[in-house]
Design a protein around this ligand. Structure first.
Ligand SMILES: C[S@@+](CC[C@H](N)C(=O)[O-])C[C@H]1O[C@@H](n2cnc3c(N)ncnc32)[C@H](O)[C@@H]1O
Length: 443
């Protein structure tokens, strides 16, 4: 035996002697202390014996290395969710979010209020969160087969799902869309209802886009496009409904994605006797290129409604902060126009891709919301499909949105639904798509 080994052996034997149960230590005043001490001694005695054995057998280093690996792996598993959420491909915004401690976004949803339009009889939709979840499961594989993979300036995943779900649920006898672009929304409607006729109103025929790349032209669709284009407000609906064989206009679903003033469109649809409407871009106050339902219903008496333009106020401070993280969040300078006008966009009622914008008074804005409420049966905003820590979206501010269908942290579900396979960009287009059911005033 080497000298070092002998010394080590002697030291360990003397320690063994003092802590041995055969040589109990002197009792102290407190039994608790005695029992605690004896436990500690027992543990250190075992530790020493194990250490001694490992040292002697030469296993100490492999065991230490394995221990270290176990610690690293455990901490990796515990933090896996965060690693998934904030990956290398996440934008700067997302990284900053994490840095500032904004990764627990669950509680953040709706924290600044989610304005909504009150309906006449407080009716709501028939479908439940469970229906939405089941719908998602079914829709993801369908979405993967879309002909237009890059639909920049058109609908992304959230609204494609929303439109598909609503159309499939309502089972209309005719589907009308205003604003088709390359035809992605026409394709979505077709997936929801394979045999139902579609009427598509759009200035440029989607077939024109075929020359440059992917587009969708439907075989069972009447196009009011190109030289046949007529604005929704100028269509002779009596003639069209006769041609389509539609007797009951409440069997028609209208989808608007034409960036027109939604108050104007609502009045036109009501006049024509339609009942079921979907608006794709239901912009929040201070954003967007047309007056939206959400903007109209943003009033002081609604939670999250009505705003303060006071630059030193709480709202200004919160908005300045959110504006750093979310592209669509606006600070009070962007929110407010001359005379502290916050409604619409800086006090403007925008229309036609912001080619027209009219300044309106608060009183007019208030009357607009009263009118909308007087004809509303149902107002339902599509929730975002998943939380931003899953989708990596950086545009809409969760604080102004209701909770998503797949909540932050539920990565397993997000993955099981096949959502993790989709590119991040498809989740960037959420603008609170809304479904309305309307009826004449007084009915
Ligand atoms: C945002 S895009 C529609 C995107 C499409 N729904 C999609 O999912 O890909 C808006 C479309 O509205 C069309 N548009 C413009 N003015 C219109 C009007 N008055 N009526 C109907 N469509 C209009 C534009 O030409 C454009 O194709």
């Amino acid at each position: 035996m080497s000298t070092t080994k002998k010394i080590l052996e002697r030291v360990l034997s003397s320690r063994r002697a003092t802590s041995s149960p055969d040589h109990p230590t002197t009792p102290t005043a407190s039994d608790d202390v005695i029992s605690d001490e004896s436990k500690t001694r027992k543990q250190s005695s075992i530790t020493i014996r194990v250490t001694n054995y490992l040292t002697r057998t030469g296993f100490i280093w492999p065991v230490l290395i394995i221990g270290l690996i176990i610690i690293v792996l455990t901490s990796f598993v515990i933090n896996a969710r965060d690693l998934v959420c904030i990956s290398a491909s996440s934008s700067d915004r997302a990284s900053r979010l994490k840095f500032f401690g904004f990764d627990g976004l669950e509680s953040d949803f709706g924290s600044l209020g989610v304005p909504w339009c009150r309906s006449k009889h407080r009716k709501t939709v028939e479908w439940t969160d469970k229906d939405l979840l089941e719908g998602l499961e079914e829709f993801v594989p369908i979405y993967e087969t879309r002909p237009i993979k890059n639909n920049m300036y058109g609908m992304g995943f959230d609204h494609s799902f929303g439109l598909w779900f609503i159309a499939r649920w309502l089972k209309p006898a005719l589907m009308i869309e205003s604003g088709a672009f390359k035809g992605h929304s026409t394709w979505v409607l077709r997936q929801a209802m394979p045999d139902t006729p579609i009427l598509s109103i759009t200035p440029r025929h989607p077939e024109k886009y075929l020359k440059k790349g992917a587009a969708y032209v439907d075989g069972n669709c009447t196009y009011f496009a190109g030289k046949d284009f007529v604005d929704f407000g100028s269509v002779n609906w009596g003639n069209v409904m006769n041609k389509q064989g539609i007797k009951d206009r409440s069997e028609v679903l209208i989808f608007f994605d034409d960036h027109q003033n939604e108050l104007k469109r609502l009045k036109q649809a009501l006049k024509a006797g339609f009942k079921h409407l979907v608006f794709e871009d239901n912009y929040d106050t201070g954003t967007g290129d047309h007056y939206s339902l959400r903007q109209i219903c943003d009033q002081f008496y609604i939670r999250g409604g009505g705003h303060s333009c006071f630059k030193d106020g709480d709202e200004a401070r919160i908005r300045a902060r959110r504006n750093k993280f979310w592209e669509k969040a606006v600070d009070v300078d962007e929110l407010c126009g001359p005379g502290e006008a916050w409604w619409g966009v800086q006090g403007q009622m925008r229309d036609d891709f912001n080619h027209s914008n009219k300044r309106i008074s608060y009183d007019q804005h208030f009357q607009n919301s009263r009118f909308v409420e007087s004809v509303l049966e149902v107002y339902w905003e599509l929730p975002p499909v998943a939380g931003p820590s899953l989708t990596h979206q950086t545009r809409y501010d969760p604080a102004r949105s209701q909770s998503p269908i797949v909540e932050d942290g539920r990565y397993g579900l997000f993955q099981r639904l096949g959502l993790s396979k989709l590119e991040t960009s498809v989740f960037n287009g959420y603008t609170q798509m809304v479904y309305l059911q309307i009826s004449e005033q007084g009915s």
